[in-house]
Design a protein around this ligand. Structure first.
Ligand code: HEM
Length: 338
């Protein structure tokens, strides 16, 4: 009797296990992405993309930040579908929205696409090229891939500036806003903190943080500084952003987000953050939540940063993807197929 019960219960366990593995596989396949999607259809695809991107990044190291941000902005608006690449005759595409005006490197994406079209016409999507360019440009510094890119995305056909404005988080955002924005994309608190580490490379425009330096409570003078900023860092930033006396709209001066190592992808952002040297309110606000602050502590370890970044960017790359028969493989990345 006891034996019979054991046999039945272990059958139930096995059945549950098979069921949950099945669900797991189904969930993984639901995204329709996989490592090496082009292995058969275009075996050289990833090598070709890497060659073009590395060649360009060798000549301009700032491109890594551009492509990492381009990938983020693509994925957060309509999913990772290459919609950020589309041109609009009426200037109403995602790339025309204010947060995207400082994106760059579109011509390199076109160059990768042209090389891939020559090797394997009609096979590799522009959405995948953006994902690969982000990985390859950031990895160039280390001459080895820092993370795995799942491929198999297809390209979208719609791109709207308003959707970009609605979905790309603002640098003035407080913690709860950021968390709900990330949650709406299926990402969690840990992803928010870890992916903010992207701010270890690249630059920010003064107008996006100068109210923290000169006008935090509306007094409009250089002592009206956000108290959550490290005072010497605030002074440094004030010196960088040569203030136009009339307004805070210096939208031409840029400052490295990780001064001294803004071309190096590492966990230095998290040291800065702890030293209260996050450039944007959206950076500083990560310390205002106990769980997030705890993750910031863990990310002081470079090994933890690289490992967790791999996972979070993989999840980011799965947001709202078009796969299978959905979407299209664009002939050119800046236009839908006619
Ligand atoms: C958490 C919400 C985020 C906010 C509010 C935010 C906001 C910003 C802003 C305002 C800039 C400066 C743009 C400029 O002045 O031209 C910037 C730059 C940048 N962001 Fe973010 N960001 C966020 C998350 C991310 C994520 C998830 C990534 C990628 C993993 C990322 C990667 C970058 C990079 C690489 C740059 C530098 C771009 C360059 O040098 O041109 N950001 N971000």
């Amino acid at each position: 009797m006891a034996k019979g019960f054991m046999a039945v219960s272990s059958m139930v366990v096995v059945a549950l296990l098979v069921f949950s593995i099945g669900v797991g596989i189904a969930a993984a396949q639901a995204a329709g992405l996989k490592k090496g999607f082009y292995k058969k259809s275009c075996p050289q695809a990833e090598a070709i993309a890497q060659k073009v991107v590395w060649g360009r990044v060798a000549g301009n190291r700032e491109l890594a930040a551009k492509f990492l941000r381009m990938f983020f902005h693509d994925c957060f608006v309509r999913g990772c579908d290459g919609s950020v690449l589309l041109d609009s005759p009426t200037n109403t595409a995602e790339k025309n929205a204010v947060p995207n005006l400082s994106l760059a490197g579109f011509e390199v994406i076109d160059e990768v696409k042209a090389a891939l079209e020559q090797a394997c016409p009609g096979i590799v999507s522009c959405a995948d090229i953006v994902a690969l360019a982000a990985r390859d440009s950031v990895s160039f510094q280390y001459k080895k891939n820092l993370w795995e890119v799942e491929t198999g995305r297809r390209d979208g056909t719609v791109s709207s500036d308003q959707e970009a404005l609605d979905n790309i988080p603002a640098p003035s955002s407080a913690f709860d806003i950021l968390l709900s924005n990330f949650s709406s994309k299926g990402l969690g608190l840990q992803d928010l903190v870890v992916l903010s580490g992207g701010h270890t490379i690249g630059v920010g425009h003064c107008n996006l943080f100068s109210s923290r330096l000169f006008n935090f409570t509306g007094k409009d003078n250089p002592s009206d500084v956000d108290p959550s900023l490290n005072p010497s860092y605030a002074k440094f930033l004030q010196g960088q952003c040569r203030r136009n006396l009339q307004d805070l709209n210096d939208n031409t001066t840029v400052v490295p987000m990780d001064p001294g190592s803004s071309l190096s992808f590492d966990n230095h952002y998290f040291f800065n953050l702890k030293a209260r040297q996050g450039m944007f309110t959206s950076d500083a606000t990560l310390l205002t939540n106990a769980r997030a602050a705890n993750i910031v502590d863990k990310l002081q370890d470079p090994g933890v940063f690289f490992d967790t970044f791999k996972n979070s960017i993989k999840r980011m790359g799965q947001i709202g993807v078009l796969t299978g028969a959905n979407g299209q493989i664009r002939n050119k990345c800046n236009a839908v197929n006619s």
